[in-house]
Design a protein around this ligand. Structure first.
Ligand code: SF4
Ligand code: SF4
Length: 151
């Protein structure tokens, strides 16, 4: 009898979120129920949510203390991935990591700090970043802004 294969976590050295995951284990993640499969076939699996108001649901696990989204796999601060990444909700899609779009996100910094992780620096998003220590030369800033509203 063979055991289930251990999932391979697709680390991407230029994406510091793949070695973080702090925001997925820090915020409540709630959104309109219509973003789940109850409202659209490609939405967040309904069974991964719980109702919080007549119109809003939350990712299971994110109402707990401490929170941890049921869809988060891996170890925060080491290697993580979102098991529903293509179907994640708008607060998850809209949450920008610090400097991902050229500006800091205090919520990203706050979540990382809760796990003893330093705030990201602009250079962490350089393609040649090795995923270990932040480089010292920031890459050019992209003029795009997204914010997270995960509660
Ligand atoms: S806390 Fe910031 S760096 Fe960490 S996974 Fe979330 S967005 Fe990415
Ligand atoms: S759905 Fe995915 S991106 Fe959103 S909080 Fe959960 S693990 Fe993180």
């Amino acid at each position: 009898m063979s055991a289930d294969p251990i999932p391979v976590i697709p680390l991407h050295p230029a994406n510091p979120c793949m070695t973080c995951g702090a925001c997925c284990a820090f915020f409540r993640v709630s959104f309109h129920w219509a973003e789940s499969t109850a409202g659209r076939p490609d939405g967040v699996p309904e069974e991964m949510t719980s109702q919080v108001t007549p119109h809003r649901v939350a990712m299971l696990g994110t109402l707990s203390k401490p929170p941890r989204c049921i869809a988060l796999h891996g170890t925060v601060g080491e290697a993580v991935f979102c098991s529903i990444h293509p179907a994640r909700s708008s607060p998850c899609r809209d949450f920008a990591a610090s400097w991902e779009n050229g500006e800091p996100n205090p919520d990203c910094d706050r979540a990382r700090a809760a796990f003893g992780l330093p705030p990201l620096e602009p250079g962490w998003w350089q393609p040649e970043h090795d995923g270990d220590e932040p480089p010292h030369e920031p890459r050019p800033i992209r003029p795009r802004r997204r914010r997270k509203r995960a509660a």
